[in-house]
Design a protein around this ligand. Structure first.
Ligand code: ADP
Length: 362
């Protein structure tokens, strides 16, 4: 029976458990065996008990649990070839030659690198007598399938990543709570949200909560933004609005490339006569139960991941399972990661024109 491994890696995201559940159950349904790799690449490098066979009942209740129950970690050893060789050995000892990874672009990059090196890692293992030629013979190719788990919705080539709608829901709940007190006291609140390269959460939260003004990395605030923001806020107040909400993404900047901070905005609003508070949402945005959308997305993508494993040939490039215009589709993993990196690099270099063009091209 084919053995398929599943793991979660990088930053946790609500819905990761749903993908583990779907991969395990779809693997069993397809007459394969399923293995969970605990603590991300750490589990692969450590092997032994960190790689456990999963039965149907082992993933019961996973769908509605936040975070990742099989754990995640950042693993330095896997960044080194030696670490990846040990990982390959552990997989062969368990008879696993297919891996579904739910993680961010770092995790997916590492996975494809592992697939690429696989034949030479096996050669080395045999040469150094860690495994015999007979042991490695049945495992010529490694199949990798990626699922994107990220609250930021920052991967190219997919409309939604697993976790982003749960995070958005959490942000909206938090802003609703701030709203009630803001309205009661006629206060202004500056809310800081996650997103160093990607303003999706901030933009969507702005729309979903009817906030007055937002700042995102992709669109640096134009010169004179302070006056523009105050004019808009004054207009809203004149229309009878009793509260003011400004949302600032972590990576927000102005046209001169200066970082825009929540405290800076607080100063501006306070000087304009508004009683202003700052709320940093921080890790609250990552946690809690997955929203219905993420349960659905992770389930459909987990099922598709197992299908992709079973249909793969040695020539098939590693796929990442995406959602495009409400359809579950496969895209080349490396292309999706390369495109994501280009956007992040362009933003880092403050080359917003290129960043926006790349985003538009998606
Ligand atoms: P994310 O997957 O959320 O982007 P990281 O970038 O921290 O998170 O990656 C998670 C883990 O994936 C790392 O700790 C490392 O073990 C592995 N990894 C990331 N990039 C590579 C790489 N280029 N080569 C090998 N492994 C990698």
């Amino acid at each position: 029976k084919r053995r398929i491994g599943v793991m979660t890696s990088g930053g946790d995201a609500p819905g990761m458990n749903g993908s583990v559940r779907a991969v395990v159950r779809m693997a069993l349904h397809s007459n394969c065996e399923a293995y969970a790799i605990y603590e991300g690449y750490d589990g692969l490098v450590k092997g032994g008990d960190m790689i456990k066979e999963m039965k149907w009942e082992d993933v019961r209740g996973f769908l509605s649990e936040g975070g990742t129950l099989i754990g995640t970690a950042r693993c330095m050893e896997f960044m080194q070839r030696d670490g990846r060789r040990t990982a390959a050995k552990n997989m062969i000892l368990k008879g696993i030659d297919a891996l579904v990874i739910c993680g961010g672009d770092g995790s997916l990059t590492g996975a494809d690198r592992f697939r690429d090196e696989w034949p030479s890692l096996l050669e080395e293992l045999v040469k150094e007598k860690e495994l015999t030629a007979e042991q490695v013979a049945p495992f010529k190719h490694l199949n990798i399938v990626g699922l994107v788990g990220s609250i930021d919705n920052d991967l190219s080539m997919t409309d939604a990543t697993i976790g982003c709608y749960s995070s958005l829901a959490r942000i909206c709940e938090a802003i609703d709570s701030v709203d009630t007190t803001a309205t009661s006291h006629q206060r202004a609140f500056v809310v800081e949200t996650m997103g160093r390269h990607c303003g999706w959460l901030t933009l969507m939260a702005g729309v979903a909560t009817g906030s007055d003004f937002i700042f995102i990395p992709e669109q640096p605030a134009k010169e004179g933004w302070e006056g523009n923001m105050l004019n808009i806020i004054r207009k809203h107040r004149q229309m009878g609005k009793r509260k003011t909400i400004v949302i600032v993404a972590e990576g927000a900047i102005d046209e001169k490339l200066n970082k825009i901070t929540p405290h800076q905005i607080k100063e501006i609003l306070s000087e304009a006569g508004l009683d202003t508070r700052v709320t940093t949402l921080g890790h609250v945005q990552r946690g809690g139960q997955p929203a219905a959308y993420d349960r659905m997305l992770s389930t459909l993508q987990g099922v598709e991941a197992v299908k992709a494993v079973l249909e793969a040939t040695p020539e098939t490039p590693s796929p990442v399972i995406c959602m495009i215009e409400n359809k579950i589709v496969r895209r080349p993993l490396l292309e999706a990661v390369a495109q994501t990196k280009k956007v992040a690099e362009a933003i880092e270099k403050k080359d917003f024109r290129t960043a926006m063009e790349l985003r538009d091209a998606e």
